[in-house]
Structures are given as C-alpha cells and as structure tokens.
Design a protein around this ligand. Sequence first.
Ligand SMILES: Cc1cc2nc3c(=O)[nH]c(=O)nc-3n(C[C@H](O)[C@H](O)[C@H](O)COP(=O)(O)O)c2cc1C
Length: 118
Amino acid sequence: MQNNISLASHIGDYQFDNLLLNAAGVRCSTTDELNKTLDSMAGGCVTKSATPEERAGNESPRMKALPLGSINSMGLPNHGIDYYLKFAEENQGKNGKQVILSIAGLSIDQNIEMLKKV
Ligand SMILES: Cc1cc2nc3c(=O)[nH]c(=O)nc-3n(C[C@H](O)[C@H](O)[C@H](O)COP(=O)(O)O)c2cc1C
C-alpha cells in the first residue's frame, strides 16, 4: 500500500522536508556530528547550545543512561558561538536542509552579544 503522508512543514519562511531533527545538545557538539545529521534522513540539524566562549562543562560523570531514559548535568560543554556560527554559515541549505543555531547565554547580556554576531 502506498503511503502519501507528507512530513514537510515550515517554520516561518524556512522549509523542511520533514521536521524530525536532533534535540538540541544531542550528538551535535562537533562539525563531524552535525554533518552526520545533515547527511542522514533528518530534516535538518540543531547545533549544541552555544555560549560566547568555549566551555568544558561539568566534570564526569555528568550523564547516566537509565532503563527509562537518561539524566544529565552536562554544564553546557560547547565550542563557543563562533564555531557554530561558522558551521551554520557554511552548511545552511546543505542537502536542502536548515541548520538551526541554538544559543544559551548565561545572562541577557551574553545572549545580546551573541545575537549581534548572528
Ligand atoms: C547530553 C544532553 C545534552 C543536552 N544539551 C542541550 C543543549 O545544549 N541545549 C538544549 O536546549 N537542550 C539540551 N538538552 C536537552 C534536549 O534537547 C532535550 O530537550 C531533552 O533531552 C528532553 O528531550 P525530550 O523533550 O524529547 O524528552 C540536552 C540533552 C542531553 C541528553
């Protein structure tokens, strides 16, 4: 039986063949991980939430897989806004997909600083 259900959608002016994307922070910290998602059947990718500067995050152990899910306190380990902004600039539209840049400043001032760069 043929299945004609479409998962295509849009967020504002941005079109997606499907809206199945990685959750922010999950396998999206490095350009290698982000490229793997863009090269998969996902409809796009979301970058690891960025802070103005690179952060190492909390010491391990900081994530535990459990039978019903997982629990984590990663401490926002990320490569910094410049790293993810460069990836977004270079890969927006790759394979016809959107790159969603996630930011997580630790203050309003940090968010404004990053938004000005964007
Ligand atoms: C290892 C890990 C890192 C995460 N990092 C981020 C992050 O950087 N930014 C963010 O908004 N959410 C982050 N999250 C939260 C996920 O995006 C997601 O909201 C969470 O896993 C709950 O998913 P669910 O709503 O499908 O249950 C992280 C989750 C995990 C497991």
